[in-house]
Design a protein around this ligand. Structure first.
Ligand code: ATP
Ligand code: MG
Length: 419
């Protein structure tokens, strides 16, 4: 089963908006194991829309259009569909009545331009729009299907959920399932080398996706039943786990901060933070996890030298001697945070996030990240690439991973949970 998406609208072509709707529909098609090999974007005019639909119907069983269902003169998707399938437009009295009623309820005046939204090809069945006004359309063309969906993202998303998902489930003869393993601390190139042979596999397919300081490896399987997809995925997941070990920190949607908080809770241990260049980003990430209060005591944002000295007892002498961005200061920030909070672990971060402030010996991107705990203090020196935000994020990522690896060290199963 093949499907194609046709996104309609000048704003998309001009780059004023990104096609988030098509991305979302693409995900849904993948989830249902429907082959989706082509996507087009066309201008708001009847001829282009009609040509795109005719072409797509020549190749694929399901054709989606997105946008152009509103009441205005540039909303001509209905006309485009009618022209492509050789149908004419009629006014659907049920839609017209419903539109009038909706408008009256909202206390808005009716005008005849709005009546355009009640037009449909004679062979079309309207799809109710629960969030907005313009209905979607569903048109059987022989054994093929055209589905027209509205552009506004909230209306689009609601219609995917209320109607399209069920249509796809009914039409798809395949079940598909994906499993995403999240990896931190190994570069993508190394991961690709280690998984090279697995990445040749077609079903399940194995594909890496690079995120900032994180790589996701997705295993995607298609089969005729859910059981079979699981059987396809399991041995491949096992092989990947054997090759990447504890660099895999979670599967599917669990974030690194959430893994760290769970590990701390499981061991009834706590962490505190002392942040300079990340300005609380690490604390923010930790506190974004529900239930973090059992494991995260809190943190210091010690941006100035004065606060580093006063709040976490970094020696003024060392600040002057080594500079705020130094291994020594990072070490003392973590040690001070432990002493002042009584946490089991503390993390210190000090660095130069840029874009200014770098020197030959201390370039932009230089960050020292320290982890203090029962086994002493370790400091990691990093030189991150990227802009200010990325450097700051990368620093928090390394910090979380240092703590995660430390927490896993004494685990009998030195391997992240299977779930
Ligand atoms: P309306 O009734 O609002 O006119 P419509 O179905 O005619 O809806 P469009 O006019 O094409 O849809 O788009 C309405 C708005 O929805 C656009 O201004 C844009 O912000 C957003 N939009 C349209 N298409 C997309 C898309 N593919 N992805 C994300 N947003 C979109
Ligand atoms: Mg419109």
């Amino acid at each position: 089963m093949r499907a194609e998406i046709i996104s309609i609208g000048k704003e998309l072509l001009l780059g004023e908006i990104v096609d988030s709707n098509a991305r979302q529909l693409g995900e849904l098609l993948a989830k249902h194991g429907i082959d989706h090999a082509r996507r087009a974007t066309v201008d708001d005019n009847t001829a282009d829309i009609s040509a795109a639909i005719t072409e797509a119907l020549g190749r694929s069983e399901i054709v989606f259009t997105i946008g152009g269902l509103g009441p205005t003169y540039d909303d001509v998707t209905r006309e485009g569909i009618a022209s492509a399938i050789g149908d004419t437009l009629i006014e659907d009295t049920d839609i017209a009545d419903a539109l009038r009623e909706k408008h009256a309820r909202r206390g808005r005046a009716w005008n005849e331009v709005l009546a355009r939204m009640a037009l449909r090809p004679t062979s079309a069945v309207p799809i109710p729009n629960e969030v907005g006004t313009a209905p979607g359309l569903r048109i059987e063309v022989g054994d093929k299907l055209v589905v027209a969906l509205p552009g506004p993202p909230s209306e689009f998303a609601a219609m995917l959920e209320s109607s399209v998902a069920a249509t796809l489930a009914a039409r798809s003869t395949q079940s598909s399932r994906s499993r995403t393993l999240r990896i931190v601390g190994i570069p993508e190139s190394v991961i690709e080398r280690r998984l090279e042979d697995l990445m040749q596999s077609v079903n399940p397919s194995v594909a890496p996706y690079v995120k900032p300081m994180e790589v996701h490896v997705r295993i995607l399987a298609h089969a005729s039943s859910a059981n079979e997809t699981n059987e396809l995925i399991a041995p491949v997941e096992l092989a990947i786990r054997e090759r990447l070990g504890i660099a895999i920190f979670s599967a599917d949607d669990e974030s690194l901060e959430s893994v760290v908080i769970s590990l701390l809770k499981r061991k009834s241990q706590t962490v505190a933070t002392a942040e300079s260049c990340t300005g609380g980003m690490l604390g923010q990430r930790l506190t974004s996890v529900p239930g973090a209060s059992d494991a995260y005591l809190g943190g210091y944002i010690t941006y100035s030298n004065e606060l580093k000295a006063r709040e976490v007892s970094v020696a003024r002498y060392d600040l002057a001697k080594y500079g705020a961005v130094s291994e020594e200061v990072a070490r003392q920030m973590a040690e001070g945070a432990i002493r002042h909070t009584g946490a089991d672990f503390a993390i210190g971060i000090t660095g130069i996030a840029g874009p200014d402030g770098g020197t030959e010996s201390k370039p932009v991107g230089l960050v020292y990240i320290s982890l203090a705990g029962p086994r002493g203090v370790e400091v990691s020196k990093q030189i991150f690439a990227g802009d200010r935000e990325l450097i700051r994020f990368r620093a928090t990522q390394v910090a979380l991973d240092m703590l995660r690896r430390e927490l896993l060290l004494n685990e009998s199963d030195a391997r992240p949970a299977e779930s």
